[in-house]
Ligand binder design. Structure first.
Ligand code: HEC
Length: 178
């Protein structure tokens, strides 16, 4: 069946010169975006905003730049993260489904990342989890958190969303209405 003229003309408007590498790349991006978008919507998960692939992509990049040195690639955590180290400090925990990050509400995660954190039972007083409130803008912190959410199971995401309904992001970091 021939394509309806409307589709052809809208494709024509974004395709300056058929066959050029730019065209191929644009079409590729178009197809990939469509596939990812469809997956996010089709997945059995009531959290489309959590699975916003663009936000997760941005968050993944921030994670690689600022967090992976301590928390490991793909949020796998430091080795022996459950045991205090020689200084009596807890090492960086994983953020994936093996860890407990998913137990924290949006409000808690935002606070920990922007203000820093130390385990109250650490033998030292230093803030072992550094604050990022001066380095990352509110929407960048939100993007990192979206990336962390992408590492969890559906069930963990559901639990965390319920916690976040009680304790949402602070006003300064409220997502803009969708
Ligand atoms: C210098 C090392 C270091 C860097 C860099 C770092 N963290 Fe941490 N982080 C830690 C340590 C250590 C802890 C555990 C603190 C404790 O419980 O004593 C921690 C704890 C956390 C927690 C709370 C524990 C949990 O699993 O929920 C979150 C959330 C977190 N980090 C997120 C991040 C994010 C996001 C970044 C990057 C923006 C980051 N961290 C960068 C060392 C680091």
């Amino acid at each position: 069946m021939p394509r309806p003229p409307t589709v052809r003309s809208s494709v024509a408007s974004i395709v300056p010169k058929p066959g050029s590498p730019l065209v191929t790349r644009r079409l590729f991006v178009l197809v990939v975006t469509t596939v990812i978008g469809t997956t996010a919507v089709a997945a059995d998960d009531p959290l489309p905003h959590v699975l916003d692939s663009k936000q997760i992509g941005a968050g993944r990049a921030f994670y690689g730049q600022y967090c992976a040195s301590c928390h490991g690639a793909n949020g796998k955590g430091a080795p022996n993260w459950r045991e205090p180290n020689r200084q009596g400090e807890l090492p960086s925990p994983p953020h994936n489904q093996e860890g407990h990050t998913w137990r924290h509400s949006d409000a808690d995660l935002y606070e920990i990342i922007s203000k820093g954190w130390r385990d109250p039972f650490n033998k030292t007083d230093r803030i072992t989890m550094p604050p990022f409130g001066e380095t990352l803008a509110p929407e960048e912190i939100r993007a990192v958190i979206a990336y962390l959410k992408s590492l969890w199971t559906d069930e963990q995401r559901r639990y965390q969303r319920e916690e976040s309904e009680k304790e949402p992001f602070p006003a300064e970091a409220k997502p803009s209405p969708e």
